[in-house]
Write a protein that binds this ligand. Structure first.
Ligand SMILES: Nc1nc2c(ncn2[C@@H]2O[C@H](COP(=O)(O)OP(=O)(O)OP(=O)(O)O)[C@@H](O)[C@H]2O)c(=O)[nH]1
Ligand SMILES: [Mg+2]
Length: 240
């Protein structure tokens, strides 16, 4: 796990700047792209600082986060996360934000079909920014899996988009943290050419605890909290 001192948000500092200790460390520019409110800032916050805010504060322009991680074989890498505001899609600076990225994480909200459809436009921008150069590693990221009951983007459609564009694919929740670490570790490992066994990957995974929403089944004030006998019996059903 990275130490707290490595997890500071970069603020106004240039993402290229590095202290002497960090000079030997490989640094990668990882950009987060996608419509407003898909959860890009939340993902960056979860990954870099293990925090989540329920309230929505639109990112104006872009924001930077930095996190240093250690991959198998003691390979240290620093990920510069460029959190690009969804509203930047029409702005003059967008090509500059995208250019030079080592990895593009294309984010959509699994409960919002437009956010998925609009990834075509975001991906077109990536291709335009890199012109004839080799495209960076691209990842299709479906966020808000904690709202799976409201999911509207079909897995088959998402898989097709990912495979047609040679993208890795992940489903995460910035809110619970589910699969967020795994995603960024896998990006870092792929960029560094480090093999990341599944067990190693899982060791960075956040343990998501489910909230228990049910109520006490047997009120302690009713019949002394005794469990009715019928609940002990197993009923069988015969299908003819
Ligand atoms: N339920 C749920 N809500 C989330 C999740 N991730 C983000 N949100 C909420 O979605 C809203 C938008 O999140 P942001 O991270 O600000 O979205 P963004 O993509 O950075 O938006 P822009 O800055 O406008 O581009 C906020 O209210 C978050 O709390 C998630 O995994 N689950
Ligand atoms: Mg944002």
């Amino acid at each position: 796990m990275a130490e707290a001192k490595n997890e500071a948000k970069m603020g106004e500092e240039s993402p290229e700047s590095s202290d002497s200790e960090a000079e030997n460390i490989k640094q990668f520019k990882v950009i987060l792209l996608g419509n407003g409110a898909t959860g890009k800032t939340s993902l960056a916050q979860r990954f870099a600082n293990d925090q989540f805010a329920q309230s929505y504060k639109q990112t104006i322009g872009l924001d930077f986060f930095m996190k240093r991680i250690t991959l198998p074989g003691d390979v240290e890498v620093a990920l510069q996360i460029w959190d690009i505001g969804g509203q930047s899609i029409g702005g003059k600076m967008i090509n500059n934000y995208i250019y030079g990225a080592h990895a593009c994480i294309m984010c959509y909200d699994i409960t919002n079909v437009d956010s998925f459809m609009d990834l075509e436009d975001w991906y077109r921008l990536v291709k335009k920014s890199f012109k004839d150069e080799k495209l960076p590693m691209c990842v299709l990221l479906g966020n808000k899996t904690d709202l799976n009951h409201m999911k509207v983007v079909k897995d088959t459609v998402a898989h097709r988009f990912a495979s047609e564009n040679s993208m890795h694919e992940h489903a995460v929740s910035a809110k619970t943290g589910d699969k967020v670490q795994t995603t960024f570790y896998q990006v870092a490992a792929t960029l560094s050419g480090v093999l990341m066994p599944k067990a190693e990957m899982d060791s960075h995974e956040t343990v998501v605890t489910a909230q228990i929403t049910g109520y006490e089944q047997h009120d302690s004030e009713v019949e002394g909290g005794q469990v009715p006998e019928y609940t002990h019996k197993r009923q069988s059903c015969v299908l003819s």
